[in-house]
Design a protein around this ligand. Structure first.
Ligand SMILES: Cc1cc2nc3c(=O)[nH]c(=O)nc-3n(C[C@H](O)[C@H](O)[C@H](O)COP(=O)(O)OP(=O)(O)OC[C@H]3O[C@@H](n4cnc5c(N)ncnc54)[C@H](O)[C@@H]3O)c2cc1C
Ligand code: SF4
Length: 481
């Protein structure tokens, strides 16, 4: 017999076991261990299967949350994973990195009075996806019959992978062009192993290859081929641009060119993609700071700080010009960073980085800030406090204040409309100003989230299919080429 609502309400949220902070801040193993089947079932029993499914409206891709949780409560783990996959093709990734506290869990009825008591939807999503993968129970989709159309996808981040997955299943010949030597975008080069083990992303990419997606690595579009050449020379019928927003932003202050100042992008790419964290097995050089200052307050800043401490920094400090409440990083990352003894110097910003005669960082001159009127994002604007300068001791600075659009593709294909910040302009379905060229993810929205990039990919795949089928019907009078 099922539990009553009262009995469900009496169950406390199941905490996920994790490596203790003093152990994990010296290794790159994943921090949380994941639920056991018993914990997952117990957590699933907390769900009230509400009539008004507020959790689903909080999810950007509308995963049928109560349905998959009900299946977990019945110990039908694989079935639960398959229900999630009807809407989200990367549940093992999203269960780990989505900001659930502001999305599904933020809207969960059980968290209304006390947000620490929301149903742990992300942990459950992660559990079933891991269960399915680790027990080799992933359902192999049938390799579809080809429909005669070719689509090129530029970039293998979450948006590009989603477009490729959706279109290959509809019978398209899909080729991904990826600038790096490995696929996954930020999931591989940005987010560290201790948050997202790379074997998970690799298994997703392998699954796409098994379905017939071709991936050309070390292929920078805009250099190797221009978009025109993809159409005319290589015969693609449509092109999807999912190149992210990975061009680093630096501060316009003296000392930015000193040795020991890194963009977070380069620092994390060296550590994650080029595996300097496994030095000397991988011969990627890395400068290990003793006293590291990380500028910024987002996920990128947390990942940089937590990487620095694991690589051997004695002291790592987040220097952020707003307050703790305004930090855009996921709550779980801030919590983990604090536990790992990362320090926070809030309402502060550097105005100069000092160097020695050999050009190495020796410290920073900083200024205190206070919160003023709300800005266009609705957050209170950080305002410098006059004559409030102070010295900050550090020998390495990691600049984690965001990324921007790389102009390579839009410069070499000028008829793709961009906005004043260089991001590609599209309609709601990813259509750009150029016919049969689509785009989505961070290169359209600016730095956002994995799930929003995947949602954009899904919408663009629908638009590509609709437009090519329409074109084919108009030119040939039938459904194929
Ligand atoms: C360090 C870090 C931590 C993050 N943490 C989180 C988190 O915890 N949760 C969350 O939801 N979001 C997080 N994000 C944001 C999230 O990862 C991004 O919003 C998401 O990856 C964007 O997906 P995308 O497919 O648009 O682009 P990307 O993931 O950036 O992928 C773009 C791909 O295109 C390739 N490319 C670029 N130019 C070319 C070219 N000219 N030719 C061929 N290939 C090209 C790149 O090499 C890359 O592989 C984080 C971002 C960073 C940087
Ligand atoms: S809002 Fe919370 S309790 Fe209600 S159905 Fe969704 S997950 Fe379950």
């Amino acid at each position: 017999m099922g539990l009553t609502a009262k009995e469900r309400m009496a169950i406390e949220r199941n905490r996920m076991g994790e490596q203790p902070p003093d152990l994990r801040n010296r290794n790159f193993e994943e921090v949380p261990y994941g639920y056991t089947p018993e914990e997952a079932v117990n957590e699933a029993k907390r769900c009230l299967n509400c009539k008004k499914r507020t959790c689903v409206s909080g999810c950007p891709v509308e995963v049928p949350i109560p349905e998959f949780i009900a299946l977990i409560a019945e110990e039908k783990f694989v079935e639960a994973a398959r229900v999630i996959k009807t809407k989200n093709v990367l549940p093992a990734v999203c269960g780990r990195v989505c900001p659930q506290e502001t999305q599904c869990e933020g809207q969960c009825i059980r968290g209304k009075k006390d947000n620490t008591q929301a149903v742990a939807i992300g942990n459950l999503e992660r559990f079933v996806a891991d269960y399915e993968r680790e027990n080799n129970l992933i359902e192999l989709s049938e390799v579809p019959k080809k429909n005669g159309f070719k689509v090129a996808v530029i970039g293998s981040g979450p948006s590009g992978l989603t477009v490729a997955g959706d279109l290959i299943k509809l019978g398209y010949e899909v080729t991904i062009y990826e600038a790096f030597h490995r696929g996954g975008g930020v999931l591989v080069y940005g987010i560290p192993e201790f948050r997202l083990p790379k074997r998970i992303v690799e298994s997703e990419i392998k699954a796409l290859e098994n379905l017939g997606v071709t991936i050309h690595y070390n292929s920078v579009i805009g250099r190797l081929y221009k978009i025109d050449e993809l159409f005319k020379g290589l015969g693609f019928d449509a092109v999807y641009i999912g190149v992210g927003a990975g061009l680093p932003i630096f501060l316009d202050i003296p000392g930015m060119n000193l040795n020991g100042v890194f963009s977070a992008n380069e620092y994390l790419t060296r550590s994650n993609l080029m595996k300097s964290y496994l030095f000397p097995k991988y011969q990627t050089p890395m400068i290990i700071g003793k006293k590291v200052a990380v500028l910024g307050g987002g996920n990128v800043a947390m990942d940089s700080a937590r990487t620095a401490i694991r690589l051997g920094a004695e002291k790592t400090t987040i220097v952020y010009r707003r307050s703790m409440e305004q930090m855009p990083a996921r709550a779980a990352e801030v919590h983990h960073a604090k536990e790992e003894k990362i320090e926070f110097r809030l309402l502060s910003n550097p105005v100069e980085i000092y160097g020695n005669k050999d050009g190495w960082v020796t410290g920073m001159k900083c200024q205190n800030y206070q919160l003023g009127e709300p800005d266009e994002s609705g957050r209170q604007r950080p305002v410098p406090v006059e004559d409030s300068f102070f010295e900050f001791d550090c020998d390495q600075v990691l600049v984690s204040i965001g990324g921007q659009a790389n102009p390579l593709i839009t410069k070499t294909t000028p008829d793709i409309k961009i906005n004043k910040w260089g991001y590609i302009v599209t309609d709601d379905w990813g259509r750009t100003s150029r016919q049969f060229v689509y785009s989505g993810g961070d290169i359209v929205t600016g730095a956002a989230t994995v799930i929003s990039a995947m949602g954009a990919g899904r919408r663009a795949a629908k638009a590509i299919h609709e437009d090519l089928m329409k074109e084919s019907n108009e030119t040939t009078g039938d459904n194929g080429k």
